[in-house]
Write a new protein. Structure first.
Length: 246
């Protein structure tokens, strides 16, 4: 198996609670379901089934302002406890006090779920185990918009800086396997974007022109989803290789 070097990881972000702010990392374990602890906790509407049950920033934009962080290791098979900082600096755990806080931001009944660390299935992720974007796609969108765009809007797990001589962006990896650090990923499909990218992660103000540009100029695609074919650790600065038969 030959490998083609295409870039390196510049940012790693884990989202312990679905639709809350991300937790920047310099290094992480990658499990079969994705980054360790990614979307391991979520709020759900008990009156709904399947994917529609998840409460996200589409319904409660202010979720984006809560910042979860994992604490010490828990019992075997469990994720560590969470410390969650509110936008005004208060601290919560994953408990009834937090549920009451978030319930007050919505007009619907909300409950909480916490996945297990030994899960072999995807947790509360959107489509694939890991979401990747590249600096090239981000720069393209910024040119279309005529200004800087905060990459946090796109809620990627990995941001990859491509080599200047790389002929393809991330959509060219679909159907191929990447090796990054100690793990391997199969790039499965493009990420079709929704209204969440219109939300400023700090002010929650909407800029619908971002989604309009992604729709009209990028076919609504920004980033790619990957499944995990080999687990391992990944760190900022690790090179990204496209695996190829040779």
């Amino acid at each position: 198996m030959q490998k083609r070097w295409v870039g390196e990881v510049t940012h790693i972000t884990r989202y312990p609670v679905k639709s809350m702010a991300g937790e920047p990392l310099t290094r992480t374990a990658v499990a079969a379901y994705g980054l360790y602890g990614d979307r391991s906790h979520a709020f759900v509407d008990p009156a709904k089934q399947g994917w529609e049950r998840y409460i996200t920033a589409r319904q409660i934009p202010r979720l984006l302002g809560y910042r979860p962080t994992f604490l010490e290791q828990s019992a075997e098979g469990e994720f560590p406890q969470l410390s969650i900082a509110s936008p005004d600096g208060r601290s919560f755990g994953w408990d009834e006090q937090l549920l009451s806080e978030i319930d007050g931001l919505s007009n619907r009944t909300i409950t909480m779920i916490r996945h297990r660390a030994d899960s072999v299935d995807l947790l509360a992720v959107d489509t694939g185990a890991i979401l990747l974007i590249t600096d090239r796609s981000l720069r393209k969108l910024q040119r279309l918009m005529g200004r800087e765009i905060d990459p946090r809007r796109f809620r990627a797990n990995f941001i990859v800086s491509l080599r200047e001589d790389s002929a393809e962006d991330e959509t060219g990896w679909i159907g191929k396997e990447l090796s990054i650090g100690g793990c391997r990923l199969q790039i499965e499909e493009p990420c079709e974007r929704c209204s969440v990218i219109t939300l400023d992660p700090d002010t929650y103000e909407r800029d619908v022109n971002i989604l309009k540009q992604v729709n009209e100029q990028m076919n609504l695609i920004f980033g790619v989803y990957a499944s995990v074919t080999a687990v391992g650790d990944v760190g900022v600065g690790d090179r990204v290789y496209v695996e190829r038969q040779g």
